[in-house]
Design a protein around this ligand. Structure first.
Ligand SMILES: [Fe+2]
Ligand SMILES: [Fe+2]
Length: 369
């Protein structure tokens, strides 16, 4: 290389040249991904230059061999795996098996090995961990060829995990918030009721998060519940106004239609990617002893999210004045609820409610209508 060229493309190119030798690849590997840098693939120019580029890019990138084993993971990729507690495995599918279900694994395998979509695969994976919010990534797996002619299988694959958490969450939440606004136009409960149900539910879940008895309550569970608890009555959008607004008791037929708001809610929310939305809408009127609706589920057959929202929703309903009842003071509401321990409510949640009841009173007072 002459001096003129060298002055155009300064240090970077020198570094690149220095990395040409295989020893320097091993230098690059060390401390970055803890994989043995002895893959014969790195003798090939295509994969080797991919690794050199990946090492400099601040996005999660990895290189796989033809049987989808990791050859290289750049620092961002390695730290993503670490953050989500993925197991140490040299196989891509094995490492990410918590995020990749059977159908997805098959689809990846077939696309890459049978040459569908030109030996590439694109899809979405959600990464979850106890202590951090879920990360949603678009996954792009693309073939890398060495000197082989195009009709041969690729020697390697690049994997790019594109973090789309913020945009997908925002799109989804904007859409479902509009739905919630629409349902509020019909429901005779106030907007503040909905906000408070979110707050009580979050408070309860926060208590469970710190308790070994509820391993399923992780950061993702809490984030989703804090948004979705408010959607519990979205199905009332399909309930006739004269039933919603009726003063006095409902007759049998009206009551039957009223109960359908759970089924309608589950139907409306069935397109929400997290099943919690549907669970809450469907099961927030089930009772622990099996005497609730719509399906007389009992005990832990009722999803935990719905059992939590039931506690939050009933507490708030007791505190509010309704056409058929006065507004009860906090102490009366709690006393009534504790009497229903193991009847209407999950007894373990009643125990938590008793412990944190002061915060429920605080939430009601701070967010009064
Ligand atoms: Fe309801
Ligand atoms: Fe409610």
């Amino acid at each position: 290389m002459d001096d003129v060229h060298r002055s155009d493309e300064p240090e970077e190119l020198e570094e690149l040249e220095a990395l040409d030798a295989p020893e320097d690849i091993s230098e690059l590997e060390r401390g970055v991904n803890e994989l043995p840098p002895d893959s014969p693939l790195l003798a090939e120019e295509g994969p080797r230059s991919a690794v050199r580029s990946f090492a400099r890019i601040d996005e999660p990138l990895a290189l796989l061999d033809e049987s989808f084993g990791f050859v290289y993971r750049n620092p961002r990729f390695a730290s993503l795996l670490k953050a989500f507690g993925y197991p140490e495995s040299s196989s891509f599918l094995g490492t990410l098996s918590r995020a990749i279900d059977g159908d997805t694994a098959r689809s990846i395998h077939e696309s890459l090995s049978k040459g569908e979509h030109s030996h590439s695969w694109k899809g979405t994976l959600a990464h979850r961990a106890k202590n951090s919010a879920a990360v949603i990534t678009k996954v792009h797996i693309l073939p890398i060829y060495a000197d082989a002619p195009r009709d041969k299988r690729p020697e390697a694959f690049s994997v790019y995990l594109d973090d789309v958490t913020e945009e997908s969450r925002k799109t989804l939440r904007d859409m479902f918030s509009s739905l919630l606004e629409a349902s509020k136009l019909k429901d005779n409960d106030t907007g503040k009721h909905i906000e408070r149900v979110n707050l009580y539910s979050s408070r309860l879940a926060g208590e469970l998060f710190n308790d070994q008895r509820w391993p399923e309550v992780d950061q993702d569970f809490m984030d989703n519940l804090a948004f979705l608890a408010a959607m519990h009555d979205v199905g009332k959008i399909g309930t006739p106004d004269d039933i919603l607004n009726k003063v006095g008791p409902l007759n049998e037929f009206e009551w039957k239609l009223m109960k359908e708001h759970t089924l309608n809610g589950a139907f409306i929310l069935s397109s929400y990617p997290n099943p919690m939305a549907k669970e809450i809408a469907l099961s927030h009127h089930e009772w622990w002893n099996g005497s609730g609706y719509p399906f007389n589920l009992e005990g832990k057959m009722i999803p935990l999210s719905a059992r939590i929202v039931t506690v939050a929703d009933v507490y708030d309903a007791l505190r509010m004045k309704r056409s058929y009842k006065p507004a009860y003071p906090h102490e009366v509401a709690i006393e009534k609820m504790l009497q229903e321990r193991g009847i209407h409510f999950d007894p373990e949640l009643s125990e938590v409610l008793e412990k944190i009841q002061g915060d429920f009173a605080g939430i009601y007072a701070a967010n009064a209508d």
